[in-house]
Design a protein around this ligand. Structure first.
Ligand code: PEP
Ligand code: CO
Length: 452
């Protein structure tokens, strides 16, 4: 059961009493307060019914009855809030989930890193170039990327612009889903150009054929259309980093007697803001959403147990997802102790593997990249370790795009460091491109592509 902290103990702004890491320094505090007040008057982006539905899906995944695919950009950009870019992201999530459904024989819950993934943690507050020092770029919700004093100053109006774009994005996703774009009977709608010339095209078409045949078969023997039950919902998630933004749309729903963050269905606590006595943990403990915690190699078993006790005191199913991101070289050493520690708490959790953030490296010329083989190696190790300990890996968390970028190396086309310059578009972390993402989905589904 969800426990509501008492009003004296918690409210949406109680985090302000504590140290909040990774917050922008706004030169004009009053302008920020005005923007937050404007934001809190706008209607919510998601509803508590949807949030509760996702929590119930996560509870199923915790029991091993479903699998979660969470994916999208490292940082969404305002510039990419376009029809093409949103459709491409939706397509890749739908196609991957179809392949995973086929291979895992379980419902796949789709969660986009989208419709609000606009704020980024940075290792330093300031950045220097050629003797000039300016605030670091913290995502489109906060400031602008070009290295000029005007662009880098945190602008409170951007939280309003970000909220509007998040709403536009989710509105379009919902319309596409409601209009039949996500109907599993018509995966041909999602076909992208690449399928025509990819080395994995044959395997993908085989999966599609097989799923369409099974649906037709089931419908013909039951005499019922599976339309409604088979419709693919898509949920939204982002790192709950910018606490004024999160606070502004945190609402008390009298019907449920609970507080909900209605900017997104599934906010998560990033690795740099999971301090037990920090402001983020304080904020997150009071909301009823399902929440994620990023877990890296620096997380100790005691720390994780304390976080679980604070964030899920009632051991509520579906409430907590632990998104681990150790790196291929560390996962086997680090994960077992944490699985044991979690078990001792008695809290159910959804274990999700993020094979991206522990495997970031720089090429000789300083370009940030990730090697496909390491991503797959961490993922395979995650399945292995969970299985050997009688635990269930219930999801995967990926940075990916529906576009044909060149940001991660390797994969079926064997991209090399030299290919990165060709189409490197991310302003933050390198993402899997369309084919690399499909290849990861096929690996998860147990379908191996025969390299030629
Ligand atoms: C991210 O998910 O983009 C991120 C910054 O991750 P982490 O908190 O795990 O480093
Ligand atoms: Co990232």
């Amino acid at each position: 059961m969800t426990r509501t902290p008492s009003a004296a103990d918690w409210h949406p702004a109680s985090w302000q009493r504590l140290v909040a890491a990774q917050q922008p320094t706004y030169p004009d505090r009053e302008a920020l307060d005005r923007a937050v007040a404007d934001l809190s008057r706008l209607p919510p982006i998601v509803t508590s019914w949807e949030v509760d539905a996702l929590k119930a899906h996560f509870a199923r995944a915790q029991r091993g009855e479903a699998f979660v695919l969470q994916g999208g950009d490292c940082a969404e950009s305002f510039y990419d809030c376009t029809s093409e870019s949103i459709v491409a992201k939706l397509k890749i999530l739908l196609q991957m989930s179809l392949v995973m459904l086929y291979g895992l024989k379980k419902p796949v819950i789709r969660v986009g890193r989208m419709a609000g993934q606009y704020a980024k943690p940075r290792s330093a507050d300031l950045e220097s170039r050629d003797g000039l020092t300016l605030p670091s770029f913290r995502g489109d919700l906060v400031n602008r990327n070009p290295f000029t004093a005007d662009d880098r100053v945190p602008d409170p109006q951007l939280i309003l612009r970000g909220y509007e774009r998040a709403a536009l994005t989710l509105n379009f996703v919902r319309s596409l889903v409601d209009g039949g774009f996500a109907d599993l009977h018509h995966p041909e709608y999602w076909d992208l150009e690449w399928v025509g010339h990819s080395k994995m095209a044959d395997q993908y078409r085989e999966v599609v054929r097989s799923i369409s045949n099974s649906l037709d078969f089931l419908e013909s023997i039951t005499g019922r259309a599976l339309h409604d039950t088979q419709r693919a919902d898509v949920y939204a998630s982002h790192e709950g980093l910018h606490l004024s933004y999160e606070q502004a749309q945190t609402r008390f729903l009298g019907r449920r007697k609970l507080w909900y963050n209605l900017t997104t269905h599934f906010p998560w606590i990033g690795m740099r803001t999971a301090t037990l006595d920090g402001a983020h943990v304080e904020y997150f403990r009071g909301i009823a959403n399902p929440i994620g915690i990023k877990v890296g190699a620096s997380m100790t078993p005691d720390w994780l147990q304390d976080l679980i006790r604070v964030l899920n005191p009632g051991n509520e199913p579906g409430r907590l997802s632990l998104i681990h991101r150790f790196g291929a070289s560390q996962i086997e050493d680090r994960l077992p102790a944490l699985i044991r520690a979690v078990r001792e708490t008695g809290s159910p959790v959804l274990w999700v593997c993020d094979p991206m953030h522990g495997n970031t490296e720089s090429t000789a010329d300083g370009t940030k990249t990730r090697r496909f083989d390491k991503i797959v190696a961490e993922l395979e190790a995650a399945f292995r370790v969970h299985q050997s300990m009688g635990s269930y890996l219930g999801g995967v968390h990926l940075e990916l795009t529906g576009e044909n970028v060149t940001e991660c190396t390797g994969g079926a086309r064997g991209l090399t460091d030299a290919d990165l310059v060709r189409a490197y578009k991310s302003s933050v972390d390198p993402r899997l491109n369309y084919e690399q993402a499909m290849e990861v989905a096929m690996r998860i589904a147990g379908i191996r592509h025969n390299r030629t």
